[in-house]
Structures are given as structure tokens and as C-alpha cells.
Design a protein. Structure first.
Length: 189
């Protein structure tokens, strides 16, 4: 990690620590020590721990979505990509180091999270909804606009519930079951 620039090392270290032990349990001094940087170097890039959090969330949001796009790149738009999102999330649940959605965990840990961080988290969730809606639209379903929005919300809520249940149960089974339900629903439209 020493070959990376200061900002990158701070963000890589913060990402690992925030996810592994939580934001509140992670101190600036620990980030500085584990990133092997000088305190002044950190403050050249980030005036506060809160700004480190915001940059971490923004990076994570971009990386997460790019990983989803890479995972679904070879899939046909519509049904296959829509189900690919659920397969992608199943794969994350099967990672033994997975501790839940980093974005949701941050909201749980910090009920008074700063507005910028909350906007990044909400933007991430909206991007997932947009991905679902786009795939439904490509499927040329018989939905009207209101039905399309409602079905998108339903699929998103099923996805989020399966992620939460999978995290609690330490199993990908809730995601597998949710995917099967969605296949049945899609077969009927």
C-alpha cells in the first residue's frame, strides 16, 4: 500500500477499518498509523474524519456500481441483467468477510450522519432502483408508468430485505429464495 498516494492510502485504510470495526471505533490516529502517513499529510487532504467518511462513501458507491456493471456486462439487458443484480448480491453474501451493506451499516451506526454522507448513501440506493427500473423498462412489460414505479419499489424492497436477512442468517439462502420469487413474478407479466 506504500506505493499508493497519501489520499489513496487514507481511503483504502479507512474503508477497511470503517467496514471491519465501524466508524465510531476507528480513530484518526489509527488511520494515520495503518496508512503509514504523517498526520499533516492526512490533514492536507481531509480536514476532518467526517470528510474521510464522505470520500470513503463516494468511492465505495462508485466502485460498487462499477462492479455491478462489470458483473452484468455480458448479460442481456432486461430480465437477465435484473436477475443478475440478485446473483451479484448473492455472491457478496457468500463472501465470508461480508458483514452487511456498508451503506446501511453506516446509517445504523450514525443516526445523525452528516447530510453529504446521507446524500451519497441515498444516491447509491437510488442508483440501484434506477438499474432495476431500466431493466424492467427494457423488458417492455405491460406496466404503465405508475405500475413500473411500484414494481421497481417492490423489487428494490425485496432485494434490501434479502440482503438484511442474508446478513443476519449468514447465508445466501434468503437471496436465492427472493430470486426464485422474482422469477415467478416476472413469468406472470
Amino acid at each position: 500500500m506504500k506505493t499508493a498516494g497519501v489520499k489513496e492510502r487514507v481511503l483504502e485504510t479507512a474503508a477497511r477499518l470503517f467496514y471491519e470495526q465501524g466508524y465510531q471505533a476507528t480513530g484518526i490516529n489509527q488511520i494515520i498509523e495503518e496508512a503509514a502517513i504523517a498526520k499533516a499529510s492526512l490533514y492536507q487532504h481531509f480536514a476532518s474524519k467526517e470528510l474521510v467518511l464522505n470520500a470513503y462513501l463516494q468511492n465505495h458507491k462508485i466502485n460498487w456500481y462499477n462492479n455491478l456493471l462489470a458483473y452484468t456486462e455480458q448479460m442481456e439487458a432486461g430480465r437477465e441483467k435484473l436477475l443478475g443484480l440478485f446473483d451479484y448480491r448473492k455472491q457478496t453474501l457468500e463472501n465470508r468477510h461480508y458483514k452487511g451493506c456498508a451503506f446501511s451499516r453506516m446509517v445504523y451506526e450514525l443516526p445523525d450522519i452528516n447530510e453529504e454522507a446521507l446524500a451519497i448513501i441515498q444516491g447509491h440506493k437510488l442508483a440501484i432502483k434506477g438499474f432495476l427500473k431500466q431493466q424492467l423498462y427494457v423488458m417492455k412489460t405491460t406496466f404503465g408508468k405508475d405500475d413500473l414505479n411500484e414494481f421497481t419499489e417492490m423489487l428494490f424492497n425485496l432485494l434490501e430485505g434479502a440482503i438484511l436477512q442474508g446478513t443476519i442468517l449468514r447465508s445466501s439462502k434468503p437471496m436465492e429464495e427472493t430470486r426464485r420469487m422474482i422469477v415467478k413474478l416476472l413469468d406472470k407479466i
